[in-house]
Each structure stands twice: as C-alpha cells, then as structure tokens.
Design a protein around this ligand. Structure first.
Ligand code: F0G
Length: 456
C-alpha cells in the first residue's frame, strides 16, 4: 500500500473554530501583531510549537489515573526514575517543571561568571539562562548549517575544529559543551553519532563535560537510523542508549519528544553537580521526588519514555513532516532542507525579498499567514535572535530569518497539514502582499513572547 497512515486513532475530539478574515484582522491588531499574544481560540491550526501540545495516549491516561500524589517519595516518582535510568543510564535523576527550569537550575548551581560554554546552537532560553549567570556563551554550528539548501544530512553537527580551538583557548574557564539534539534554532537539524563521538573525545581530552539538550532526542535518533551508515538495523532505543553513554549529563524539556504537557529533566553522573542542583531545586522548583510536577505528570512521562521511541510512530512523524516540506518545495517556497522531524522551516528573507531586515520578514510572514488562513506559526529569526548592539545601537541580524511550522505530536491529521501547506503556497503566490512590520515595544530579552509591532 502507498498510503501512509497515522499509527493511532482518535476517541476524544476537540472541536476547532473557523474564523473570518475580518475577525482575524481585529484579533491580530488587538494582539499587537504578535501571534504569541493571540488567544488560542482565535487560531484554527496551531503550528506555533510542538511543545506541551501532544495528545496523550490511552496508556498515558490510564497511568495518570493510578498516580500517587503523596507530598514526598511517591510511587509515581520511583516509576519515573526507573524509566529514566533504564534509558539514559546516568546515576542521578532530577525532575523539574520544564526545560528552561532545568537550564536555570544548572546556570545557578554550576555556572560561574567568566565561564565559557560551547554548543552547536544554544536554544534561546538556554542562552538567556547561562548569560544571566555571567557565562560567555558560544555557538559553533558547521558552515553548512548556515546554508539553507546545503544537502548535508547532519546540519546540527558542532564544528569540531572550532570546538577544539575554543576549548584550548578557554582553558580552565570552559565549563561545559552542549549538543542540542535536534538543533531547533537552525531548522531542526539532527546531530550525527559520529559527531557526538568526536565531541566526546575532544571533551575527554580537555576534561570538560559533554551534555545534551535532548528535547528532541528520539527524532534525532530516528534520523540517525535513516541517514547514518551503520545504524539502519538498530532500533531507536538502542541508538538512544549509545547516544547517552557518550554524555556526562542531559537536560531536557519533556514537553516535546517526551510527549508531556509539562515536565523537564536533568540526569547526570557527577554527584557534586547533582547535589548543587538539588539545593537549587528545593528553593525554586520543589522537592527532589517531584521537582514541581504532579504524580500524574511523572506517570505520563514514564510511559512516554517508551512510546516516544516506537518505530511506527517515529517513522510516521518523519514522513508527515517531510510530506509537508515537499509540498512547499514543489511549489517553489524557499524552505530549509533536508527536512528535520518536528517542523518545516521557511526562509523569510527569500520569501519576502521586498522587506528589509528592519521590516522583519519572517515575523511579517507569520502574521500574514495567520491573516490568510488562521494558521499560527513561530518566527525564529530577526525578532527571536536579533540583538541591538549596546554601544552603537545598530542591529545585528541572525544568519537565518526563519518561519517555523511546528507540528504537534499525534494531534493534527494529514488534511490539517495539507490545509496549512496550501495556505503557505497561496501566500507565496501573492508574496508582494506581505506587509512589513516594525517594533513598537521591544523588551530587553526573549522579545518574541511579549513584543508588540505595527505595520510599516
Ligand atoms: N531547548 C530546546 C531545544 C527547546 O526547543 C526548548 C523549547 C527549550 C530548550 C526550553 O524548554 O519550553 O520546556 O522550557 N522550545 C519550545 C519551542 C518553546 O517551541 O521550540 P521549555
């Protein structure tokens, strides 16, 4: 059979509300032309994120019904810890309420002013947390990652030469090296096992710990299976085990691949770091056997650590994302290729050559897409990563100005994604109509969540 189907069916449904163009014009104006500030009910198909938006399975719900909500030492925590240790293999398991909470704990517990931290690319919240702690935070993507159409199959790789040189130069100031799998900020691109192994060896020589930001590790492992020599016959779980064995620690949002509506995790080998992180945990998140999560959250996550690595599920997920990407590509829409797993990324500058960087092409495109179709998307470009130079006042724009169509897990059907693809293609055919925007309110950090804009 040619047709690829969702490997699950729906027994509970959530009605969607269709809006008119006139209504959407009012909604987005009232939201200050910031799609983040729309009410969710004003959105038809929400591709703003794949984070916290997954549909839970019958297995997850049934585990949640049997949760233990004791204040401390709950059965649900021990079930969670066991599932984490079985997969990740590290000695210490620290739950927290979401990814950035874990980053904050690490930043406060072990990062000191003047430390240098390297990554393929730090996600925005990771960068923010480590910079706030006074660290010098450096991204070392490979050159191909900056080229939207480079066919390199692992554009999430860290540049090993620059890593070696950077570690040598930083000396004792080097605090940690992080691989973000997959690299969300640069097109959701995977990191190869060969790259992880090489980074592991380099870190070993410099006695610097190698960590993962593992929010989307299952998708990364499945792309390794599909693309990297020697892995075709291995299961995603086996690949994941090998990946984690190469690391000293992992921090991750459990709202993405781990199919949680909330949740975060730190798991690591070093006892002194674990102790320092736990001290912080107690004052800001919760007790060590909960980290601010309810027993039912821990139950849902423990089940997900199995489900997220199921081959049928991962194979469908990669297929459906690629299908959307190929639809756009066939119509000439400038997309980032090869396609990753959790999202399709559109190049805002190439889509809207009539807009200058100041007119925020990808952001403007996100607003235009909402107006055209009710589809919400996320800009990861000039607004999210642009920085104003403190002394000169000039703007520094990122290498890529992208619009991300992120696909929630197990939520939307193929026809929903077809609709979203068709909307982008229709807009591309009338791309000169996309109106530029400029900042009205620009906060000092993480602008995308609260900034407001006006049409130019
Ligand atoms: N790291 C990566 C790679 C992420 O993509 C995110 C969140 C975080 C850390 C922070 O985790 O949201 O649980 O606090 N990414 C979301 C997204 C927001 O839509 O890509 P969090």
């Amino acid at each position: 059979m040619k047709t690829v189907i969702e490997p699950y069916r729906s027994r509970v449904i959530e009605p969607m509300r269709v809006t008119t163009r006139g209504e959407r014009e009012r909604f987005i104006r009232e939201a200050g032309y910031n799609p983040f500030l729309l009410k969710a009910e004003q959105v038809l198909i929400d591709l703003v994120t794949d984070s916290g938006t997954s549909a839970l399975s019958t297995r997850q719900w049934s585990a949640m019904h049997g949760s233990d909500e004791s204040f401390t030492g709950s059965r649900s925590f021990y079930r969670f810890r066991e599932a984490v240790q079985r997969l990740f293999g590290h000695a210490f398991v620290i739950p927290c309420h979401q990814g950035r909470a874990g980053e904050h704990l690490i930043a406060r517990a072990v990062v000191r002013p003047g430390d240098v931290i390297f990554a393929n690319t730090h996600f925005a919240t990771t960068r923010e947390n480590f910079e706030e702690a006074g660290a010098d935070v450096r991204d070392l993507p490979i050159a191909e990652a900056l080229d939207r159409t480079s066919p390199h199959t692992f554009k999430g790789n860290i540049d090993l030469e620059r890593l070696e040189a950077g570690l040598a130069e930083a000396g004792s100031r080097a605090r940690m090296v992080i691989l973000t799998v997959t690299d969300n900020s640069r097109g959701g691109q995977p990191v190869s096992m060969a790259n992880v192994r090489a980074a592991h060896d380099i870190c070993g020589r410099h006695a610097v710990p190698l960590w993962l930001d593992a929010a989307r590790f299952a998708e990364n492992c499945y792309l390794v299976k599909l693309r990297e020599e020697g892995y075709a016959e291995r299961s995603p779980r086996e690949i994941a085990r090998e990946l984690f064995r190469l690391t000293d620690g992992v921090f991750m949002s459990m709202k993405k691949d781990a199919l949680g509506n909330t949740g975060g995790l730190i798991t690591l080998e070093d006892e002194a770091w674990a102790e320092a992180i736990r001290v912080r945990l107690l004052s800001s998140e919760g007790i060590p056997t909960g980290g601010g999560l309810a027993g039912r959250d821990l139950e849902a996550l423990a089940v997900a650590l199995d489900e997220m690595l199921e081959e049928d599920y991962l194979s469908y997920r990669i297929y459906s994302t690629r299908r959307l990407g190929e639809q756009l590509q066939a119509a000439g829409v400038p997309v980032v290729t090869p396609f990753g797993a959790h999202a399709v990324y559109v190049d805002g500058r190439a889509f809207c050559p009539h807009l200058s960087n100041e007119q925020l092409p990808a952001w403007s495109l996100s607003v235009a897409l909402y107006l055209h179709s009710g589809v919400r998307s996320w800009e990861t470009g000039n607004v999210m990563q642009g920085r104003e130079d403190a002394t000169s006042g000039a703007w520094r724009w990122p290498d890529l100005d992208l619009l991300r169509l992120a696909i929630p897990r197990r939520v939307y059907s193929q026809s929903h994604l077809d609709y979203a693809g068709e909307a982008v293609i229709e807009l591309f055919q009338q791309r000169e109509s996309v109106r530029g925007l400029r900042f009205v309110y620009h906060p000092p950090a993480l602008a995308q969540f609260v900034a407001t804009f006006e049409p130019v």
